[in-house]
Design a protein around this ligand. Sequence first.
Ligand SMILES: Cc1cc2nc3c(=O)[nH]c(=O)nc-3n(C[C@H](O)[C@H](O)[C@H](O)COP(=O)(O)OP(=O)(O)OC[C@H]3O[C@@H](n4cnc5c(N)ncnc54)[C@H](O)[C@@H]3O)c2cc1C
Ligand SMILES: *[C@@H]1O[C@H](CO)[C@@H](O)[C@H](O)[C@H]1NC(C)=O
Ligand SMILES: CC(=O)N[C@H]1CO[C@H](CO)[C@@H](O)[C@@H]1O
Length: 341
Amino acid sequence: MAAPKVAVVGAGLVGLSTALCISEAFPSCPLSVLAEQFSPNTTGDVAAGMLIPHTYPGTPIHVQKQWFKETFAYLFAISNSAEASEAGIHLVSGWQVFKTPPKDEVPFWSDVVLGFRPMSAAELQKFPQHRWGQAFTTLKCDCPPYLLWLERRLRANGVQLRTSKVADLWELRSEYDVVVNCTGVGAQQLVGDRELLPTRGQVLQVHAPWLKHFIRDGDGSTYIYPGIHSVTLGGSREKGSWSLSPDPATTRDIFSRCCSLEPSLQRAEGVRVKVGLRPSRSAVRLQREVLSRGGAELPVVHNYGHGAGGFSVHRGTAKEATRLVGECIAALRGSSCRAKL
Ligand SMILES: Cc1cc2nc3c(=O)[nH]c(=O)nc-3n(C[C@H](O)[C@H](O)[C@H](O)COP(=O)(O)OP(=O)(O)OC[C@H]3O[C@@H](n4cnc5c(N)ncnc54)[C@H](O)[C@@H]3O)c2cc1C
Ligand SMILES: *[C@@H]1O[C@H](CO)[C@@H](O)[C@H](O)[C@H]1NC(C)=O
Ligand SMILES: CC(=O)N[C@H]1CO[C@H](CO)[C@@H](O)[C@@H]1O
């Protein structure tokens, strides 16, 4: 039988990284990425792209830790290579501060990031409203550069990137043998997944090149993340809101919260406002499923629902989705062998 044809639906962070992983593992399978939107119009283009894990209550911690470790190791290697500037990947050190110390003073990811330690009294003096904190070095993916780098790698591996809205995965069956669903919040409509909800997030991008250290309030409400060309200020979390238009009251609120953590931001210039919808779910859906209609079958691998923490785990979930694609391919071969007997 000819090499099975694979389609990845979705060209956000998850779709592109999953497609890259599949193209590396199965170079002889023709692969296409089909999506309604490409960078700069995806959720990841709005995100700060910091590698600080979000916890998924429905996914076992050891699995989340494995995904984070694989993602960190992958991006750390890029950050240490000549590709770093083109891929937009860099190391950044900083502080996560708490008004009251968290239950887990040592989070599950503390030995994956670099140099994790409690903050000293001298460091805490900068934050009169906070009593405790963690200092560490992590990685940041600047977007769109990272997404465009993934697209270039895909083209170099011979992958086709096509703009197209998919109304029903089944319509791909005439052309493809395996389909991968990486549609983010779009999966709600596409797959009818009621568990998946958008969590609207608004951020500001400002010019403040003197800021090199990140600051995050441990409750996740407020953060200052320096990138290569701008500093991202956040954030907001509106569950169930589908609105992509910036809200001026939220902009003022984010700016004043960030200034109270870092007063020098009063002098920041050029505020740009961005809004994105996090595909929120209690667990990432990473699953193989066989759709069948009228006796015909289409193997599907789902990889969506990364919510507030897609950057932190994307390479790990891409590897797992690739393993599931391998199972689908093996099952196809099995059936064609049986058919030959
Ligand atoms: C404000 C904000 C800040 C964030 N900060 C961080 C951070 O610091 N660290 C971190 O780890 N994470 C962060 N995140 C989360 C991260 O951005 C997301 O987890 C991630 O971008 C989700 O990627 P995705 O590819 O699943 O979704 P998306 O980027 O939404 O991609 C979905 C893709 O599917 C396509 N699609 C959907 N439906 C269809 C259809 N029917 N047919 C064809 N194509 C379809 C879309 O066009 C798009 O290409 C943040 C998110 C926001 C909003
Ligand atoms: C992003 O969206 C804008 C506005 O709808 C559109 O003009 C542009 O072509 C889109 N870019 C890509 C790469 O799809
Ligand atoms: C685009 C598309 O067809 N998506 C599919 C994702 O998988 C579910 C099955 O759980 C299908 O119903 C969707 O149609």
